[in-house]
Design a protein. Sequence first.
Length: 299
Amino acid sequence: MSIDQALAKTRGGFFARLFGRGEEKLTAEWLDSLEEALLRADLSVSLVDPLMAQLRDLLTTGEVKSVEKALAAVRETLVAAVAGDVRLRGEGERPRVILVVGVNGSGKTTTAAKLAKRLKDSGERPLLAAADTFRAAATLQLERWAERVDVPVVSGKPDGDPAAVVFDAVNAANARGNTTVIADTAGRLHTKGQLMDELGKIVRVTGRARAGAPDEVLLVLDGTAGQNAIQQARQFTATAAVTGLVVTKLDGTAKGGAVFAIAHELKLPVKLLGVGEKADDLVPMDPTAFVNALLPMPR
């Protein structure tokens, strides 16, 4: 699924009604409707308020008189909000180590497997690590995904040490010539201190397996979770030095604007987007394509 297809619900909601009015001349009433649409799509107030203040000033001074020019200013602001280096870190390291973290239900395990497929399709030799040893179902889920995308996986014993699984996976990658280790860590609530401490241990032990690792800590966030996703991210960042974000479930929400809120509030790059349930439905963030899919030019 493409970014454009994934944002169909968001685009087809409040924005469709806004653009369907067919207005060309910019008015205060149109700006009020735009503000409502942006907020209902889950963009943050801290991003929308200064943007709308700027547009209202431009309307008052007469510098912007058309809906088309107003939308151009909106697009520029939104592209800047999600612009960043979407490349995965550690490309020259062997093996590169990527930790995938997040709460249960965010799409974390499937994201790890889909990322492995992306890397495999690009010519790499990825290895998955099932470091969620607290839930047998989680290990089984990753093993099934690994079989589905034809990528090897290292698993631990039930209730075993998750950090040891990642350590073993890095050593296995060295022995087998795998280029990247992708570790699916235990889903944990950001409010549970003990579990967050254990995530810190995984990070430390990974560094012993290969100096400088992990290269990337990807936090998977449910795109429908709104402000709760931002609170999760702040706590994960404090514990595991998150380097990039993956926003999932964008195909199932009319509030795709949450991506902008998350990126703006956290000042972290959104590197990947989950746009569907298929193995190929994990795509790199393209800020311009994302904004154009959300805010198409009115006809």
